[in-house]
Design a protein. Structure first.
Ligand code: SF4
Lengths: 113, 230
């Protein structure tokens, strides 16, 4: 995604990811929270189901997109020196990628096909 | 009544200061009337004004922290001491007068006039009453600048973000059935800055002395962009 050209795309990405995140969080609240506290086996049982597994992966990806646009917005607004911008954007992207890889590894390790 | 007025004369003052002024004036008068009387006593006070009835848009100032037109703001609606400052975020020329060049630059950049690609018709451009209705709430803007100068996004990126006033005008011409430059207009506004610095803070709607809604116009532009994208 280029820095200049995609105001609209970033905006759309942010809206759609927000909608997905909202639905996912709602589902988690309704299905998971009433069963708390749970042990590892119960947790694994829930996230081993392919639907839940993929939904969670998608959630992490939506979160990645949403946070990327949001934090980029904050940086555009408040951080004007270019080197500092570059450092913050890179740091944020790295953190997000590490998180996504981590969640993917978790999900792949428990999925029951 | 008690006033505190922002003063700055770049030729004699190192930095701006607030001047306390006492004035005997009926509370039913407007802030502009008070400024005129204060100037009659101290003619070094500088401020812009002209029509005195909210049509020319030249006397935008910041009164007790809110942008407003001096000519439409009644003294009785304000708490004393009444603090009068120039509108925020713009370079100050003197006392209450700011340099509006940046604001006009953005206005010019949205090409606030009809663009046609077809040959000109022999008669006038025709519009149905419904098409004409779409321009209500848009054409009334007097370019006072109250909205853009109250917008945090405009403060942070005044050189790149078009600001609510210019974007309201951008939509005014996008919404006009006679205009044929939709594509060019939308393309000009894409990118992270010109349109998309708006985060629906809605200060513009709160302060607009003509009761217009730039936020709604901005959302209409986004909707049209989305439609053109898919
Ligand atoms: S939209 Fe309202 S506040 Fe903004 S410049 Fe026009 S009249 Fe003034």
């Amino acid at each position: 995604m280029s820095w200049r050209a995609h105001g609209m795309r970033a905006w759309v990405l942010q809206r759609f990811s927000a909608a997905y995140i909202a639905v996912y969080v709602l589902v988690i609240l309704v299905y998971l929270v009433p069963n708390l506290p749970m042990n590892f086996l119960q947790w694994r049982e829930i996230f081993a189901a392919p639907v839940m597994n993929i939904a969670t992966l998608l959630f992490q990806i939506a979160l990645l997109a949403h946070a990327w646009v949001g934090i980029r917005d904050i940086i555009i607004d408040y951080v004007h020196p270019v080197p500092l911008r570059l450092v913050l954007m890179t740091g944020m992207s790295l953190l997000q990628i590490i998180l996504t890889v981590w969640v993917s590894m978790l999900m792949f390790s428990v999925v029951r096909l | 009544m008690k006033f505190r007025i922002h003063r700055f004369n770049p030729e004699t003052d190192a930095k701006p200061y607030m001047q306390d002024v006492e004035l005997d004036i009926e509370p039913s008068k407007m802030v502009r009337d008070a400024l005129i009387r204060i100037k009659a006593k101290d003619e070094t006070l500088a401020f812009r004004h002209s029509c005195g009835e909210g049509v020319c848009g030249s006397d935008a100032i910041n009164v007790n922290g809110t942008n407003a037109l001096g000519c439409l703001t009644r003294l009785s609606s304000l708490q004393e001491p009444i603090e009068i400052r120039p509108v925020p975020g713009m370079p100050i020329i003197r006392d209450l007068i700011v340099d509006m060049e940046q604001f006009y630059h953005h206005y010019r950049a949205v090409k606030p006039y009809l663009i046609r690609h077809d040959p000109e018709p022999e008669v006038e451009y025709r519009q149905t009453p419904q098409q004409r209705d779409k321009l209500d709430g848009l054409y009334e803007c007097i370019l006072c600048g109250c909205c853009s100068t109250s917008c945090p996004s405009f403060w942070w990126n005044p050189d790149k973000f078009r600001g609510p006033a210019a974007l309201l005008q951008a939509w005014r011409f996008l919404a006009d059935s006679r205009d044929q430059a939709t594509d060019e207009r939308l393309r000009e506004l894409d990118g992270p800055y010109r349109l998309f610095r708006c985060h629906t803070i809605m200060n513009c709607v709160t302060v607009c002395p003509k009761g217009l809604n730039p936020t709604k116009a901005i959302n209409e532009i986004k909707k049209l962009m989305l439609k053109e994208m898919i």
